[in-house]
Design a binder for this molecule. Structure first.
Ligand code: FAD
Ligand code: FES
Length: 254
């Protein structure tokens, strides 16, 4: 993990309210794996005080891409970054998705900005020669960020594109039977969606790994501010920033 002042090479809105920011950092690009995140200082002033965490969305050569939507002060400032400006980045942080294993097909399920880590994950799964199916959901067609994803099926709340309903409803239509034992689910999105996804995977007997996006402060195990309850009894909590953000869905209470 390094702290660096990286050069912003691009920042643009790709679909309504969703931005992609690219910065150059050979060290972070080389050292990152899908599922990891960076902690960004969004302002040169004091506010917001804390860094903001973002999944590493894609790595291209020496460049790292983040995908984010504007929800508050930090992301508003980030959305205004221009090519040529500096960005204070700490990373890569956290534990990556586990890509090896006894599965042929990866089913990527993303709700809203939960799709952010999927381009990087897709590239890595292709190198592992896995089949990929991607199911993404958004409120409407205007908020769908599909770039650099493979075999995408879409669900929208308002039915403006694809299936009308949630990604979990769509998943139930696409995988109605048990027995897809050669598949593994990778999920990222709002907690309610991850909870439903975890239950779906349990019912189907599928392995499932989730990337959590709860509140975070230090991002490196110092403040103890990001606990998630464990089910296995060996210890009561895990820190999302160090032991996660990716977890086997059977290991945590969500
Ligand atoms: C490991 C990790 C990876 C993440 N990756 C991404 C990513 O790739 N792209 C992306 O857009 N976001 C991602 N997030 C969420 C992102 O960090 C927050 O949206 C960001 O910190 C908000 O900062 P802000 O200053 O703009 O908003 P704030 O002013 O801090 O908050 C504005 C509003 O958004 C709500 N909010 C803040 N953070 C979250 C959150 N994590 N989940 C739900 N509501 C929240 C607050 O409660 C508040 O109502 C990630 C979070 C984690 C922990
Ligand atoms: S955010 Fe500080 S310990 Fe996890």
């Amino acid at each position: 993990m390094i702290q660096t002042s990286a050069l912003v090479t691009d920042c643009r809105e790709i679909v309504e309210g969703i931005f992609v920011l690219s910065f150059r950092s050979p060290e972070i690009a080389r050292g990152s794996a899908p599922g990891q995140f960076v902690n960004i200082r969004c302002s040169n002033g004091c506010l917001p005080l804390l860094r903001r965490p973002f999944s590493i969305s894609r790595v291209v050569g020496d460049s790292v891409e983040l995908m984010f939507n504007v929800v508050g002060q930090g992301t508003t400032l980030l959305s205004k970054k221009k090519a040529g400006e500096d960005l204070d980045v700490l990373g890569p942080l956290g534990s990556p998705f586990r890509l090896q294993g006894n599965f042929d097909t990866a089913i990527l399920v993303g709700g809203g900005l939960g799709v952010a880590p999927f381009p990087f994950l897709t590239d890595a799964l292709l190198r592992e020669k896995k089949n990929i199916q991607t199911i993404i959901g958004a409120r409407s067609s205007r908020q769908l960020a599909e770039r650099h994803l493979l075999n995408v099926q879409v669900a929208t709340d308002d039915g403006s594109r694809g299936f009308q309903g949630t990604v979990i409803d769509l998943l139930k239509v696409l995988l109605p039977q048990d027995g897809s034992k050669n598949s593994k689910i990778f999920g990222c999105g709002p907690t309610k969606m991850l909870s439903a996804l975890s239950q779906f995977a349990r019912e189907k007997g599928l392995e499932c790994e989730l990337s959590l996006e709860g509140d975070m402060a230090c991002g490196m195990g110092l403040c103890q501010g990001c606990p998630v309850e464990r089910v296995d009894g060996k210890k009561k909590y895990s820190l999302v920033c160090v032991e996660g953000p990716t977890f086997n869905s059977n290991d945590i209470v969500i």
